[in-house]
Design a binder for this molecule. Structure first.
Ligand SMILES: [Zn+2]
Ligand SMILES: [Zn+2]
Length: 309
């Protein structure tokens, strides 16, 4: 794959008035099964095939953990109303007091991954995490949720992050869209306050052509107008890049004002694309943007800032 830059123009999009647009789309209960299929598909013939195939197994384990998730505590109607009224994320990643049930999800994921024929380094990591104390695991979770991914071992990150994702998806699907309100800041998740891993254009659940940002933690999608930087909301100096020779199904949208970029995934090119899987299958585009001096506007929790393990 060539990683030469191709700068392209993005046509403006006339959108319906904001009030008529579905503002929030929560992840479906089959999110991880679909994601696993996508990772498996992308792994075929890919230079990072082993890595993507490993993530397919991890996503499968996430689906099992979601399906068998134990009972958990959720915010009540008063708390929901208060957050909606004050424009605060109800399940804020940094401050929500986590139910220990998320560690049950982690155990389920580790148990399933243990049964897979993984390389010895991954098996060692699984064994270490299975022996880690609750305090140690909670500290690691705190760091991930605070965005300090560089402080976590690259081998541990995907396992712990995968359990946290399952926990947040489980909470959102129990509460439903009506529990959540809009935030003033358009670039962070209205559900949990995290940054987006990527943006999706043309979601199944909305009008064609609209852009939704996809949360790196809870996989909720929230509407944001196109031709606007998702990091600083500037409308000037927005550029789009694709890898030379690519179909344009994944583009990087960069901003001259804040120097951030976010990948946009165009579902009209392929309905099976996934916000997390297709992001990781296009790391060459991240290398290109890095060489342009741009920084990612949000993390992918399966990707360590220090590179692949
Ligand atoms: Zn979120
Ligand atoms: Zn910006």
């Amino acid at each position: 794959m060539s990683i030469a830059a191709t700068r392209i123009l993005e046509p403006g999009q006339i959108e319906a008035p904001a009030g008529l647009i579905r503002f929030l789309i929560l992840a479906g209960r089959d999110l991880f099964a679909r994601r696993a299929d996508r990772f498996r598909f992308l792994a075929k013939g890919h230079s990072l095939g082993n890595y993507l195939a490993f993530l397919a197994l991890l996503a499968e384990a996430q689906q099992v953990a979601l399906d068998q998730f134990p009972a958990l505590s959720l915010p009540g109607p008063n708390e929901q109303a208060l957050c909606r009224e004050h424009g605060m994320p109800l399940l804020a990643a940094r401050s929500w007091s986590r139910d220990p049930a998320w560690r049950v999800a982690l155990s389920m994921i580790l148990q399933r991954m243990e049964a897979a024929a993984l390389p010895s380094a991954a098996c060692e990591t699984i064994a270490e995490l299975r022996q880690a104390s609750a305090t140690e695991l909670e500290e690691k979770a705190d760091r991930i949720l605070a965005g300090d991914l560089a402080d976590i071992s690259p081998r541990e990150l995907p396992f712990i992050a995968s359990a946290l994702q399952v926990y947040w998806v489980r909470m959102t699907s129990s509460l439903g869209e009506g529990a959540f309100g809009r935030l003033e800041q358009g670039g962070i998740c209205p559900v949990c306050g995290s940054y987006p891993s990527s943006g999706i254009v043309g979601s199944d659940a909305s009008e064609p052509g609209l852009r939704y940002l996809c949360c790196s933690l809870c996989a909720s999608q929230w509407h944001m107008v196109r031709i606007k930087c998702s990091s600083c909301e500037s409308t000037r100096g927005i550029n789009h890049f694709i890898l030379e020779g690519s179909s344009g199904a994944v583009k990087a949208e960069s901003c001259d004002d804040c120097n951030a970029y976010l990948k946009l995934i165009y579902l009209e090119k392929d309905r099976q694309m996934d916000a997390m899987a297709d992001d990781l299958a296009t790391l060459a585009l991240d290398m290109l943007m890095d060489s342009e001096g741009k920084e990612r506007g949000g993390p992918n929790l399966f990707y360590h800032p220090g590179g692949l393990p």
